[in-house]
Design a protein. Structure first.
Length: 447
C-alpha cells in the first residue's frame, strides 16, 4: 500500500503518472477514471471527483434503467462525488506508471450514498463498532482460465472455448504449473498491491483455479476482492488469455466465492470458548442467524439469473440450508479452532458483489445474536439429501423472498432494499424477454 508521501515521491521521480480512482458498482465492477497523478495530488485526493448518478442505476451492459429513486431522466442524471479513501491507495505494478485508490460515493454535502455497495457494508460495520466489535473475513474466489483472448471468446459467442487445462486438476501441481505464466503474475502483482497472498490451486472444472488471500478486516477484504477481480482479468488479457468469474459457465462445477467470517473484540475472537476451545453461545446464535435469514437475502449472495444454476446436486455448491462441521455438502461449514474458528458460507458464486455478500453475512449474524437464536444440531452425512429448507432456486424466487423480508428492511433500510429490488426485477424481466440458445436448439426445427 502507498502513503501520500510515497506517492508524491514516486510522482516526482517519474515512477507514477496515473492514478485510477474507482468505485464498485452494483454488479461488483470497478468503475471510475484515470487521473493524471499531478492532478490527483493537487486537487482530487482532498476534494474528490465527480461521476454520473447512473453508475448505480444501470445493468451489466450500462443500459440506463428506470425506477430508481436516486437516478433517472427526471432528475437530470447529475453527479455523485467519488471521495478517495486514502487507506486504499496502492501501486498497480501490472499497469505501467499506475496507482489506484478506491472511493466512497457521496452526495455533494458529504453524506454517503446509502445505496452504494461500499456504504451498505460500512453501515453494517458501524453496527458492529457500536458494540466494540469488528468482522474479519476471507473470500475464496474461483475463476476459469481460457487460452484465448477476450476478443476471440466474444467472436465465438463464448462457445467452443479452449480451457487452460483439459481435465480436472484439483490440487494438481503439474496442472497448475501449466498455467503459471498467468497465475504466477497474478499472485505476484497482487502482493505488490498490498494483498497478503497465501496460495493458488487448481479446482475441479477444466481450467478452473483460485488464488487465496489472508483474511482481513471486512472492508479491506471487500476492497481487495474488487481490486483482485479486476486485476486478474487485466493480467490474463495482457497474456493473451481470458478468465471468467461467472457462477456457472457450463454443466460442470461452477465458480464459487466461499466467505469465511468471524466476529472479534479487539484481538480476541468472540467465537471460541474462554479456554480457546469449544464454541460460545454467541457463535451458535451467529450461525443460527445465517440459517434463519439466508433465503430472504439470497439475492445479495446470488445476484444474477445464472447464479442459481450453480446450486446443483453433487456440485460442491449447496442446495440445502444446513450447517455442519467440516462438511462441504452444507451451505454453512464450520472450520478452524481457537482464534481460527469461523463459519464458511458456501453460498456465494464468483459473480457476487463482495460488499453486499459481506454486509448480508454480518447483518444475519447480528440478528441471530440479538434474538438469541438457538442453533439446531449439525447436519451429518450428505446434505444434498436433506429434507430441510432449500436455497431459492431462481432469481425470481429470491426476489419474492426479499420482497417479503421485514428483516432486510430493518437491517438495511427501505431505500436500500427498494433500490436492489428494482435492479433485480429489471434483470429478471430482461432475461424473460430474451430467447436462449436452448430454446432455439429445441424449437427451431423440431416443433
Amino acid at each position: 500500500m502507498l502513503t501520500m508521501e510515497e506517492l508524491e515521491a514516486d510522482v516526482a521521480a517519474g515512477l507514477i503518472d496515473t492514478v485510477v480512482i474507482a468505485i464498485t458498482d452494483m454488479q461488483g465492477r470497478l468503475q471510475g477514471k484515470r487521473i493524471t497523478a499531478r492532478a490527483f495530488l493537487a486537487e482530487i485526493a482532498e476534494h474528490g471527483a465527480e461521476g454520473c448518478h447512473y453508475l448505480l442505476a444501470v445493468d451489466i451492459d450500462m443500459n440506463t434503467l428506470p425506477g430508481f429513486e436516486i437516478s433517472g431522466w427526471d432528475s437530470g442524471y447529475g453527479d455523485f462525488v467519488f471521495r478517495p479513501d486514502l487507506a486504499t491507495l496502492r501501486r498497480c505494478s501490472w499497469l505501467e506508471g499506475t496507482a489506484m485508490v478506491q472511493c466512497d460515493m457521496t452526495w455533494h454535502d458529504g453524506s454517503l450514498v446509502r445505496q452504494s455497495p461500499r456504504s451498505i457494508l460500512k453501515a453494517q460495520l458501524a453496527r458492529l463498532a457500536e458494540r466494540g466489535w469488528t468482522a474479519k473475513i476471507g473470500s475464496e474466489l474461483e475463476f476459469i482460465l481460457f487460452r484465448e483472448t477476450y476478443e476471440d471468446c466474444r467472436g465465438k459467442g463464448y462457445r467452443g472455448l479452449v480451457p487452460a487445462n483439459a481435465y480436472n486438476i484439483d490440487y494438481s501441481i503439474f496442472g497448475t504449473t501449466i498455467v503459471e505464466d498467468v497465475v504466477g503474475p497474478i499472485r505476484r502483482h497482487m502482493a505488490n498491491a498490498g494483498l497478503v497472498v497465501e496460495d493458488s490451486k487448481g479446482e475441479c472444472n477444466f481450467g478452473q483455479h483460485e488464488v487465496n488471500f489472508r483474511y482481513a478486516d471486512a472492508l479491506k477484504m471487500a476492497d481487495d476482492h474488487a481490486v483482485y477481480k479486476n486485476a486478474a482479468k487485466e493480467i490474463a488479457w495482457q497474456h493473451g488469455a481470458a478468465l471468467t468469474f461467472m457462477a456457472k459457465f457450463n454443466e460442470r462445477e461452477g465458480n464459487s466465492c466461499h466467505i469465511h467470517c468471524s466476529f472479534w473484540d479487539g484481538d480476541e475472537s468472540l467465537f471460541p470458548g474462554p479456554d480457546g476451545e469449544g464454541r460460545t453461545d454467541l457463535f451458535r446464535s451467529f450461525v443460527a442467524g445465517q440459517l434463519a435469514h439466508t433465503a430472504e437475502l439470497a439475492y445479495l449472495f446470488a445476484p444474477n439469473v445464472n447464479s442459481y444454476k450453480r446450486f446443483a446436486h453433487g456440485s460442491f455448491a449447496p442446495t440445502a440450508l444446513e450447517w455442519g462441521d467440516d462438511n462441504r455438502t452444507c451451505a454453512f461449514r464450520v472450520v478452524g479452532h481457537g482464534k481460527g474458528l469461523r463459519l464458511e458460507s458456501r453460498l456465494p458464486g464468483g459473480d457476487c458483489n463482495p460488499y453486499l455478500a459481506f454486509a448480508a453475512t454480518i447483518a444475519m449474524g447480528l440478528e441471530g445474536i440479538d434474538r438469541g437464536l438457538v442453533l439446531p444440531p449439525p447436519y451429518t452425512g450428505n446434505a444434498y439429501d436433506s429434507d430441510g429448507a432449500r436455497i431459492p432456486g431462481s432469481l425470481h424466487a429470491a426476489i419474492r423472498e426479499l420482497e417479503g423480508s421485514a428483516f432486510a428492511r430493518r437491517a438495511f433500510g427501505d431505500d436500500v432494499v427498494e433500490h436492489y429490488l428494482n435492479a433485480a426485477r429489471l434483470e429478471q424481466r430482461a432475461f424473460e424477454s430474451s430467447v436462449t440458445d436452448w430454446e432455439l436448439h429445441r424449437s427451431f426445427e423440431r416443433m
